[in-house]
Design a protein around this ligand. Structure first.
Ligand code: F6R
Length: 587
């Protein structure tokens, strides 16, 4: 995680760096800092978000680097904020230096003093140690010592109008136009008439009047510019108080993008790979993992093809049974999640074909996959994923309908056409959850329950609630509560039941009776109107009838809204939950 930026050109760098850093805050906001080049460095750091760095805007200099941090090694304090300075070098880093303890011991044995508890500071020390007048040479030598992942931007007082870059397993892009820029992602530096290049693993660059790129061996290389939409990559809040609420409102429009993916040539290739695969595996993290679980229900229900879903961090260090001919679907909004990338790499090494389902087409995951299908949700800024989840579901359900068709079960694709309109209605009725907020405000714990695909919606609803309200919450299969967790239900405990399956309705209602009998306040999200009047309920939201296989695409919407309104009422910033970041580029 963490976001890094750099600028060298004719303008004052500080305000430009601060502006770009603000766009990277989704990567972490534990602390921020900038350093400007000169005979010595002008450095300013702060704890918390970039706005706390206001004073830094007046620092003088036309070449500088900046950082917004998501703490891994060392507390989120000013002492641990980047840039880290050692002698002639200032460094910002995104990633984790896994062997930093050994390297630090080596530096300390030489008598060097460290000013922070981070893994990153060791890079500045190594640079100072190896430097003999050749900046790229020193950077290559330092990087050869590093294990783990890094995107590095480096200033050196000997070259005051130069930024040196290195990348391995953490994203880094370079922009040329209106000065020369670097950043952890494209939107931070996107502008009309600015050409963007993506640094690949093992590559280096020197930014000055122009950008010069170097390969692993230090040889100068030429790079193809990235095609990107400068205007589309900078969303605005447009009158909304928070991006999260805006992004929920965008769900219906996002679901309309489905035909775009189906029309791509890759889709035909994926259809063939799907039809030939003996079974399907999905790897993903967090919300994207829940999308995978929802897809499992659809793949298995519609085409009877076995689908396994594994949390990517478990997959990569397990010994997954995966072989040539298998299809592994890696689902990731950012396409930069370290665990998902590593799981996809492992599957590839073992001979499987990897399909990346991503919202960022130029991402690292997309780069290593055999097939890439974009979910086309548009840029998502709020840390809590909302519209990207619905978009992932739409794409995965479309694949499930395609596979079903290949197996002779037609018509499911047509059903999906109704979902944009159904989602519009669901966002509107979902606002009804505002009346429930008071019951959740100081709950000791909250439970979300459901069966089948409703259980997946419950899991996602629970994740949303905990990440932005900080209330302890669990998603549970409705039938499983009585095997232990029911012991935690007491007077006033909020329980949210999701019920869209006609077949399982009475079974889910049994769980509702059981928790109600123990004093729970029960709330229902249902597409089956008949159940909304049950005497046990404190509140109900009736979403449009939608069948049960694809229902999470709708039933999750009131749950996203519930999390949003409870977070607001508790005084939290729903867009920037504590301790979290949008792009989890470390393991
Ligand atoms: C939750 C959330 C996270 C992400 C997870 C994976 O709201 O956003 O759980 O879903 O970190 O991220 P991606 O999809 O970028 O791989």
């Amino acid at each position: 995680m963490c976001g890094i930026v750099g600028y060298v050109g004719k303008r004052q760098a500080a305000p430009l760096l601060l502006g770009a850093l603000k766009k990277l805050e989704y990567r972490g906001y534990d602390s921020a800092g900038i350093a400007l080049s000169g005979k010595t460095f002008a450095v300013k750091k702060c704890t918390g978000a970039v706005k706390n760095l206001r004073d830094a805007a007046f620092l003088e200099g036309t070449c500088g680097i900046g950082h917004t941090r998501w703490a891994t090694h060392g507390a989120p304090s000013e002492r641990n904020a980047h840039p880290h300075v050692c002698g002639r070098f200032a460094v910002v880093h995104n990633g984790i230096i896994e062997n930093y303890k050994a390297l630090r011991a080596e530096c300390e044995a030489r008598g060097e003093r460290f000013a922070s508890d981070t893994d990153s500071e060791v890079v500045a020390h190594l640079l100072e140690f190896y430097f003999r007048g050749d900046l790229i040479g020193a950077l290559r030598q330092a990087c050869a010592r590093l294990m783990g992942s890094y995107a590095l931007a480096v200033l050196c007082t000997e070259f005051p109008q130069t930024i040196a870059l290195a990348r391995s397993k953490s994203p880094l892009v370079v922009g040329v136009g209106g000065g020369v820029w670097c950043a952890s992602d494209v939107p931070a530096i996107a502008a009309k008439n600015r050409t963007v290049y993506v640094l690949a693993d093992g590559e280096f660059a020197l930014l000055g009047e122009q950008a010069t790129f170097f390969g692993r061996e230090g040889n100068v290389i030429s790079k193809q510019p990235l095609e990107y939409d400068a205007a589309g990559s900078i969303p605005a809040r447009r009158g909304y108080r928070h991006f999260m609420r805006k992004e929920i409102d965008e769900i219906p429009a996002v679901l309309e993008n489905r035909p775009h993916a189906v029309g791509l040539p890759t889709y035909a290739e994926v259809r063939r790979a799907l039809a030939a695969a003996p079974h399907i595996s999905v790897v993903a993290c967090g919300t994207a993992y829940h999308a995978g679980l929802a897809a499992k229900y659809a793949f298995e229900a519609l085409s009877r093809v076995r689908c396994e879903v594994t949390v990517a961090s478990e997959y990569r260090y397990g010994d997954p049974i995966v072989e040539a001919g298998d299809l592994v679907i890696a689902v990731s909004q950012s396409g930069e999640t370290a665990d998902t990338i590593a799981a996809a790499q492992l599957a590839k090494e073992r001979g499987a074909a990897v399909l990346a389902v991503v919202n960022v087409p130029g991402s690292t995951l997309a780069g290593i996959a055999d097939f890439v299908l974009p979910v086309s949700a548009g840029r998502e800024i709020a840390v809590a994923a909302t519209k990207s989840f619905n978009a992932q579901l739409m794409l995965l359900y479309t694949l499930a309908a395609t596979l079903a068709e290949a197996k002779g079960r037609r018509g499911y694709g047509d059903l999906l056409k109704d979902f944009p309109a159904l989602a519009r209605k669901t966002v509107s009725v979902g606002e009804g959850v505002r009346a429930w907020v008071a019951y959740f405000m100081s709950a000791a714990s909250v439970y979300f329950i459901g069966r089948g695909a409703d259980y997946v919606a419950a899991l996602e609803g629970s994740l949303k609630l905990k990440e932005i309200t900080y209330l302890p919450s669990e998603g549970y299969p409705a039938g499983e509560l009585k095997h232990g967790t029911l012991a935690l239900v007491e007077e006033g405990t909020p329980v949210v039941a999701v019920l869209t399956s006609e077949k399982l309705a009475e079974k889910t209602m049994n769980a509702v009776h059981e928790v109600y009998a123990r004093g729970a306040r029960v709330f229902l999200i249902t597409s089956l109107e008949a159940y909304a009047d049950a005497a046990e309920l404190t509140g109900a939201v009736v979403i449009p009838p939608c069948g049960d296989v694809f229902s999470p695409m709708l039933s999750v919407i009131p749950l996203q809204l519930l999390a949003y309104y409870v977070a607001l009422a508790r005084g939290n910033d729903p867009d920037k939950p504590r301790n979290l970041a949008k792009s989890v580029t470390v393991e």
